[in-house]
Design a protein around this ligand. Structure first.
Ligand code: AMP
Length: 681
């Protein structure tokens, strides 16, 4: 089955095709480790950043590549290739029929055959994976942090033997079921798992081994079902409850669910996903023997990126030593004290709010904010070629033409052709695609629904209902809804993607260019206001770019049409809210209207002038409220002109009646843009 791929590997790397079975200690009927896991350029579950660091450390020769297992979801792979001094990442997706494909390309029986194919034919790749970037001889591919792919295979083999299973079947076609079975207890072997101990004991152990951001302990709670994660951050302990839902999946609060505890912990190593920081090195259980601990460290140390904390060191007596405490955060350059009226907040409400925001709770809740942790692994294609102004205009006209024809009818499934992934939404993927209207084909973005989730379906349909009423050049237009096997929301494509990422990549943008985008956003927002729509999630992550000079507001998942009987919308309670973008009245009273969107617009302006930085740095929501209440506001971004900052401050007036309207902001920003354009061009 693997013969073709093995000979390719042998040609490419001198790899011995029998090595897999030998290394895994194969018995007569042991099929050994699947070839892909043995490939010397396969590194296991590492992050996109780690993959880039490895290629950089190895010289970034054109076509230098490595293969990794996707950190999410399980079963997929990613290919990282060096191209013109940067890295491109291709997601290799495993289909239901077991075949592997990149985007809409041809299917292959395994990722190695796929790489071999793209070595000879570009087929849409920007460069070919020519030069394998092999692991160091002593470096193992990792299955999960601290566990090698080979060790996992050995564990699976022992489990299959214990169950008297046929090894060929258990490790071959039944591999995934066996893996799920083994994963259920694997955490017990990990140094970070301390068994059933009390919270006080966890605190004592962590304190004894010394604080370091991301250092952690996991323990079983006395109920025998749930677990707890204790995390050190900024010299304080934070406690997170890990629940088992329906007896089979593990999650922290409303965070993502995982089939096993070890997979959950691995996830929070790779993404902070609402935690104050990623997990770094564990505080080892005192019963961990030195060899296991050293092995664990060996399997993580090559992967820790430069900015991470150093791993805990062992002292000569074999006990974990201490790592120096993390540095205090830098002091901001300016602090602006904006004279604002004292907020009329009744104190019981404040306490209630603080509690609901996690200030004094027994358990911390992950700070789930959209787009706050953007290490996503889903972009299939490298940055698209920007459209020229003429092309963007032509596309705009095409959308306007077709929209009129299709809005009243649902799209048929065979009209929508899906291509590569653009990103991940709350309920599923967003894919690039094409939509066919007779002889016309238009590029589109398609929001798809994962697992036909009924909640997701309701949300997507309500987003569609609102979007179909909107028609403006700076708002992503809806093209139609397709109710095929799964529900799809078909939208205009804004190929350059989220403004936040664009800003991060273009740190030398001129002020006039930044202002140009702000004018367009304020134009779109003025239109929304005129349609009585409150967006409620305006931020640079939700502004998409068609090209460098054409922005569109997107993501109407939280948006609402205001009831004509009131002049604001009252929400039921904080769900997954982007708190850092919210005005005080949204946080205190859950009341939203166009002037709360103006506050968010000010924060969006701040993000634009700060090239995609995170507002309020590491402050948590209760601290932000204190900060705002005491008259402070986000500090002026470096190199931001005073007149631009003054507009942000106007948007952040405590009393909403004092904030400008979008129809006033637009001409003001437009004038500034023209002035800077003349000065800077
Ligand atoms: P959303 O669910 O709206 O937050 O979208 C998730 C991600 O999908 C965004 O961050 C974008 O990267 C991508 N995306 C969504 N809509 C579009 C679109 N119309 N054009 C291009 N990319 C999109």
């Amino acid at each position: 089955m693997f013969t073709k791929a093995s000979s390719f590997l042998q040609k490419l790397t001198g790899w011995d095709e029998n090595r897999g079975a030998q290394n895994s200690g194969g018995h007569g009927d042991d099929p050994g480790l699947p070839n892909v896991y043995n490939a010397p350029f396969f590194y296991g579950r590492i992050t996109r950043q780690e993959a880039e660091d490895i290629l950089k450390a190895n010289g970034m020769q054109e076509g230098l590549f490595l293969l990794r297992e996707s950190i999410t979801p399980m079963g997929n792979f990613s290919l990282t290739i060096a191209h013109e001094d940067s890295c491109v990442h291709y997601s290799i997706e495993k289909k239901m029929n077991g075949q592997y494909i990149v985007s809409e390309g041809s299917p292959f029986s395994d990722p190695l055959s796929l790489i071999e194919h793209y070595q000879t034919m570009k087929n849409g790749f920007i460069t070919t994976p020519k030069v394998p970037c092999n692991r160091q001889p002593e470096q193992e591919a990792i299955a999960f942090r601290g566990l090698s792919v080979k060790e996992l295979h050995a564990q699976m083999k022992s489990a299959a033997k214990r169950m008297n299973a046929n090894l060929t079947r258990a490790l071959g076609p039944m591999r995934e079921s066996l893996l799920m079975h083994v994963l259920q207890t694997l955490h017990e072997r990990m140094p970070w798992f301390h068994g059933e101990i009390s919270r006080d004991e966890a605190i004592r152990r962590l304190e004894r081994s010394g604080h370091a951001d991301g250092k952690f302990i996991v323990r079983r709670r006395a109920d025998g079902q749930s677990f707890a994660l204790t995390l050190s951050h900024e010299n304080a302990m934070r406690h997170y409850l890990i629940n088992q839902v329906d007896g089979e999946s593990y999650c922290i609060d409303a965070g993502p669910r995982f089939k096993a505890l070890i997979v959950l912990i691995d996830h929070y190593h790779n993404k902070k996903d609402g935690l104050p920081c990623r997990l770094t090195s564990p505080c080892p259980d005192p019963n961990t023997d030195l060899e296991t601990w050293e092995n664990y460290q060996l399997l993580t140390k090559n992967l820790v990126s430069k900015t991470s904390q150093p791993a805990t060191v062992f002292t000569s007596n074999g006990n974990p030593g201490t790592t120096p405490p993390s540095r205090p955060p830098p002091i901001p350059r300016h602090t602006s004290n904006v004279p604002t009226r004292s907020p009329p907040i009744p104190s019981p409400l404040r306490n209630e709010l603080r509690q609901s925001l996690g200030a004094e709770q027994l358990w911390e809740t992950p700070n789930l904010q959209f787009g706050e942790d953007d290490e996503d692994d889903t972009i299939t294609f490298p940055e698209a070629e920007p459209l020229s102004t003429e092309e963007a205009e032509m596309l705009e006209n095409t959308y306007i033409d077709i929209r009129g024809d299709v809005m009243s009818t649902d799209l048929k499934s065979d009209q929508v052709i899906l291509e590569g992934k653009l990103g991940s939404g709350q309920f599923g993927e967003v894919r690039k695609g094409r939509c066919e209207f007779g002889r016309k084909t238009v590029p589109v973005a398609v929001k798809t629904l994962k697992n036909n989730d009924p909640d997701g379906e309701k949300e997507i349909l309500s987003e569609a209902n609102l979007m179909k009423k909107l028609d403006h050049q700076h708002i992503v237009r809806m093209i139609g809804v397709c109710k095929g096997e799964t529900l799809m929301l078909v939208l205009e494509l804004a190929e350059l993607g989220p403004l936040k990422k664009y800003l991060e990549r273009h740190q030398t943008m001129k002020t006039w260019h930044q202002l140009e985008l702000m004018v367009q956003i304020s134009d779109g927002m003025e239109y929304l206001d005129s349609m009585d729509v409150v967006h409620r999630d305006l931020a640079t992550r939700n502004v998409l770019l068609v090209n460098d000079h054409f922005a569109k507001i997107s993501d109407f998942g939280l948006s609402r049409i205001m009831d004509s009987s009131t002049d604001y919308y009252t929400a039921h309670g904080p769900g997954r809210w982007p708190l850092m973008w919210y005005a005080p009245e949204c946080l205190y009273y859950h009341k939203f209207d166009s002037s709360s969107d103006v506050w968010s617009f000010g924060v969006t302006m701040w993000e634009i002038m700060s090239f995609g930085a995170r507002p309020y740095d590491k402050k948590k929501p209760p601290q932000i409220l204190n900060y705002l209440e005491s008259g402070h506001r986000l500090v002026i971004p470096r190199n931001c002109p005073d007149d631009v900052y003054q507009i942000m401050l106007d948007c952040w007036q405590w009393d909403k009646a004092d904030r400008p309207k979008f129809k006033e902001l637009k001409p003001k920003l437009h004038r500034l843009c023209k002035r800077y354009q003349q000065a800077q061009r």
